[in-house]
Design a protein around this ligand. Structure first.
Ligand code: GAL
Length: 414
């Protein structure tokens, strides 16, 4: 090769590499995973995106979904979109999609055969509008779990409770020892607690009839009435001045042995793992509050707001594909406490709680929709506010709370 040709070849390969390097695109990712377990899990996603050749720019928003969601949505509406964002599977992004602000990733879903590989189907369905896929589901989280510290009960001379009734029966003995039977955080965790008790005591079918089918007679009838009565008597186990600001602080009280139990989604499992506690030995995780093993199809999805920069669009699509690869699904979900979106992965490292969840997932009758898959966010916020006042105000009667609840259900947009 003559010098001229050699120099030309060098120039071509240099420009090739320059293009190669320019392919590493920054992708700002907003999410609300800031607790110990959540941060450990999301680090797996960041690692995978970086390894794919792009750069994960972390946009964590502290304070959980209620704080993060409005910030995320207003940034997209206001023309300052991030590269990718966490949301829950459900109705939260409907308006953004309708306004044409979200990237259609149907080609990625098709290339990855998501329709056949990802399960349960509800999660991909939640991402699909008018036949187009707008988000990638990354996990299945369910809200119906009771978490107990076995040692706290054993030290009080009681067998650790295995269900809601045993938990209620054991509470006075813990109180006599100065230990709070139930820890609770303010805001949406109160809504989660009340809904979990409604599901456990009134049954999944009735719960879905109220939230999805808007059966107002059932919501204001005796079956739900007895649950509100049960909840009224639980208020003494968790006085308002003992409620903590964040869900993970309430879980920490159980981990530290300062409270007997907490009712929280399976993301609480990530906190127990960070604390190096062993499920079935140091703590129990009781799906359906130990009454009937059930799961709801909550979880997390990532949306990709539209970008004018083709490099960003390419990075977004690459990220969507990366998050559901086998290795990433295993690494992330083992730390998150959630169930992976695909069945064809190696889960030999699964802990007891994940095994329980996977066993329930095989029984479709025990799996029901997440609240935001059934009813809009505004109604859910009203329900959370009502349940918070009810649990924090001993003077509010069960009948009063139930009537207000039935009213919200009645007025919720279909
Ligand atoms: C949920 C989310 C979970 C978990 C939880 C608490 O909305 O699906 O991944 O992190 O919030 O932050």
């Amino acid at each position: 090769m003559g010098l001229k040709k050699f120099t030309a070849a060098l120039a071509i390969s240099a420009s090739f590499f320059a293009v190669g390097a320019a392919k590493a695109t920054n992708i700002e990712v907003t999410h609300w995973w800031t607790s110990g377990g959540e941060a450990a899990a999301v680090a797996e996603f960041a690692k995978a995106v970086d390894a794919s050749g792009d750069k994960w720019v972390d946009g964590a928003i502290a304070g959980s979904g209620d704080v993060a969601r409005p910030i995320i949505i207003s940034r997209i509406l206001g023309g300052n979109p991030m590269g990718a964002t966490q949301l829950n599977p459900g109705k939260d992004a409907d308006d953004l999609i309708a306004a044409g602000l979200m990237e259609d990733i149907s080609d990625v879903a098709k290339a990855g055969d998501w329709a056949n590989i990802l399960r349960p189907k509800s999660q991909l369905e939640s991402c699909t509008k008018d036949g187009k896929v707008y988000c990638v589901p990354v996990n299945l989280h369910s809200a119906q779990w009771m978490w107990t510290n076995r040692k706290v009960y054993e030290d009080a001379g009681i067998k650790p409770p295995q269900n809601w009734a045993e938990f209620v029966a054991a509470a006075p003995a813990l109180q006599a020892k100065g230990i709070q039977p139930l820890s609770l955080a303010q805001g949406w965790p109160v809504g989660l607690l009340v809904n979990d008790v409604l599901v456990a005591l009134a049954g999944v079918d009735n719960f879905v009839k109220v939230y999805k089918d808007r059966d107002v007679a059932l919501a204001s009838g005796p079956e739900f009435g007895k649950v509100f009565e049960a909840l009224a008597s639980v208020r003494q186990f968790v006085p308002a001045d003992k409620m903590v600001p964040q869900w993970n602080e309430a879980v920490a009280l159980v981990i530290q042995g300062k409270a007997g139990a907490n009712i929280m989604g399976d993301w609480a499992g990530g906190e127990f793992q960070v604390a190096k506690m062993v499920a079935g030995k140091d703590y129990d995780c009781l799906p359906g509050l130990g009454v009937t093993p059930v799961l709801n199809t909550g979880g997390d999805v990532f949306y990709f707001p539209k970008s004018k920069d083709p490099a960003v669009t390419a990075a977004q699509k690459k990220m969507a594909a990366t998050l559901v690869t086998k290795e990433v699904q295993v690494a992330f979900n083992l730390k998150k406490g959630s169930l992976p979106m695909r069945a064809d992965v190696d889960l030999s490292a699964a802990n007891d709680c994940m095994k329980k969840g996977l066993a329930i997932l095989d029984h479709s009758k025990a799996v029901f929709p997440n609240d935001i898959q059934m009813i809009d966010r505004d109604s859910l916020n009203q329900i959370n506010d009502l349940f918070t006042s009810f649990m924090a105000t001993p003077a509010m009667t069960a009948a009063d709370a139930q009537a207000k609840f039935a009213d919200i259900i009645k007025n919720a947009p279909k």
